[in-house]
Design a protein around this ligand. Structure first.
Ligand code: NDP
Ligand code: GDR
Length: 346
């Protein structure tokens, strides 16, 4: 039986990956951070809360990481934990640099000092490409031009991984994953925000939807398929970097349109632009070329864009119906500031 340690097990990808690894008969450990209100709702939603071993700790704290290694003795580490919200990285650039960037070195040092044969997955991102996209789908050889403190921190993680791979022979694979979504996506990210607002409008609980840059284009895939690629990357003999994407690009406006199509409404009747959601800098467009992953470990995306939009809106409508009928779980409670009480500092 293989043992895996997942940092960020309470996040979208961590939860789906834990489910996948349990199915593959792994013993799964997860590093989670202590918060004032427990947030294991994704593990509960996937019905795996009782099947994972949870270790409390914070990424900023080297001893947390060392303790997690000691307790789990992992064959594979999936380093997913990060301050992952690009917008928030403009508000908290220093802690983002620490948690999203420097923590990668903490993980790699733990491997170097204590368990040189442990394989590591680093959660790289298409945000590292930043302004590089010129119409040709981005692959592993395109240059990086980060446009946010988040992307700069991830780029640090990407390069330090390469340095430990080449300098110390540590197996560390970097996935360069493009946006991937699901009904378990964090509520502030644009896809879940749109799905949630559209569901509320459909049920008469909301009147308008407020968004920022609706011209931004992203390559959006379905998260459970992307965590399969993470696992495949660690089964290869040699560590490498791989783009995981759908090779399609769609605008935020298209996402909104399709979401309103699902409830048979015209999005133009509901959409309002709110400057608070416009970032100081924003990657204009992204599209990824996943052919290296397809060739090396036969990965390709299955879920199409419209299917993803429909799935997410349906999940929100079902959730709000359950909520209004009186069924209350932690994840049914709106958990982010709304347009009335949200103050931006950048
Ligand atoms: P989420 O934001 O859903 O999850 C992030 C996880 O990191 C959560 O479990 C969070 O804990 C944890 N975390 C944050 N700060 C700390 C800390 N200081 N100490 C310990 N744990 C911490 O992200 P996703 O699941 O969507 O993404 C997983 C990884 O992949 C991230 O590194 C992200 O940057 C990267 N990525 C994501 C993409 C996507 O489209 N989803 C695309 C490309 C890369 P808590 O639950 O307590 O907040
Ligand atoms: P992104 O995801 O920044 O691509 O990072 P997000 O969903 O936050 O934004 C996508 C695009 O939508 C535009 N946008 C808005 N975004 C949010 N969140 N809220 C709004 O109201 C809004 N209006 C327009 C944004 O400006 C942006 O252009 C995600 C994260 O998961 C990262 O961790 C990951 O690395 C990348 O995807 C790949």
């Amino acid at each position: 039986m293989k043992t895996a340690l997942i940092t960020g097990i309470t996040g979208q990808d961590g939860a789906y990956l834990a489910k996948l690894l349990l199915k593959k008969n792994y013993k799964v450990y997860g590093l989670y951070r202590r918060v004032s209100t427990p947030n294991f709702w994704r593990l509960q939603a996937l019905d795996i809360y009782d099947r994972v071993n949870l270790i409390s700790g914070d990424l900023s704290d080297l001893s947390s990481i060392l303790n997690a290694f000691k307790a789990s003795q992992p064959d594979e580490v999936y380093h997913l934990a990060a301050q992952s919200f690009v917008e928030a990285s403009f508000e908290s650039p220093l802690s983002t640099a620490d948690v999203t960037g420097l923590s990668v070195t903490r993980i790699l040092e733990a491997v170097k000092l204590f368990s040189n044969s442990t394989k590591v997955y680093f959660a790289g991102t298409s945000e590292m490409f930043g302004s590089s996209y010129t119409g040709e789908p981005l692959n592993e050889n395109h240059p990086f031009n980060p446009m946010s403190p988040y992307a700069a921190a991830k780029l640090y993680g990407y390069w330090i991984s390469k340095i430990y791979r080449e300098g110390y022979g540590i197996y560390v694979a970097s996935g360069i994953l493009f946006n991937h979504e699901s009904p378990l996506r964090g509520m502030e990210f644009v896809t879940r925000k749109i799905a949630n607002e559209v569901a509320k409008i459909n049920l008469g609980l909301e009147k308008k939807i407020h968004l920022g840059n609706i011209n931004a284009r992203r390559d959006w895939g379905y998260a459970p398929e992307y965590v399969e690629a993470m696992h495949s990357m660690l089964q290869l003999d040699k560590a490498d970097d791989f783009v995981i994407a759908t090779n399609e690009t769609h605008s935020v406006e298209e996402f909104v349109k399709y979401a309103f199509d699902y409830i048979k409404e015209d999005y133009r009747d509901y959409l309002e632009i709110d400057k608070r959601f416009i970032r100081p800098l924003d990657v204009p467009a992204l599209q990824g070329d996943y052919s290296k992953a397809e060739k090396t470990f036969k990965w390709k995306p299955e879920t199409k864009f419209r299917e993803l939009v429909n799935m997410m809106v349906k999940a929100e409508i079902d959730r709000w119906k359950r909520y209004t009928e009186g069924e209350k779980f932690a994840w049914d409670v709106p958990n982010y500031p709304n347009e009335n009480n949200l103050l931006k500092t950048y």
